[in-house]
Design a protein around this ligand. Structure first.
Ligand code: 5GP
Ligand code: ZN
Length: 113
């Protein structure tokens, strides 16, 4: 499949991997918006939140849990961080493979978008 994140997951495109298991993959964003900017993606291609079914709920929970563990690993768990998922055009989603942004290491702005 012609998907950047599928290619990252299967190693066709190199990335700075921080975590992986059978269901989830995490790597550093190529254009970081904060000192820590990591993307947590499902190994299986899911285009966006709009494609989720009820059976995907544990997977999304796992993505959130992995993000919290990576935050701890990165040393930002105590200071705090933000998790964000963009969906679709108006949500500002650029890559059509579900991904969760872990952002930290600086004060986040008050406003959401
Ligand atoms: P979105 O705007 O879809 O929520 O976020 C897509 C993110 O993927 C952006 O923050 C962008 O910098 C990141 N990104 C796009 N292409 C690549 C890539 O080839 N490698 C890495 N590591 N990140 C990428
Ligand atoms: Zn994909």
């Amino acid at each position: 499949m012609d998907c950047i994140f599928c290619k990252i997951v299967n190693g066709e495109i190199p990335s700075d991997i921080v975590y992986r298991d059978e269901e989830v993959f995490a790597f550093r964003d190529i254009n970081p918006q904060a000192p820590v900017h990591i993307l947590v993606v499902p190994v299986r291609h899911i285009a966006s939140l709009a494609e989720l079914t009820e059976t995907d709920a544990p997977l999304v929970g796992h993505m959130v849990h992995v993000a919290s563990q990576v935050a701890r690993q990165e040393g930002i768990a105590e200071r705090g961080y933000r998790l964000a998922i963009s969906c679709g055009r108006e949500g500002g989603q650029a890559v059509p493979h579900l991904h969760l942004h872990l952002l930290g290491g600086r004060q986040m702005a008050d406003a959401m978008g």
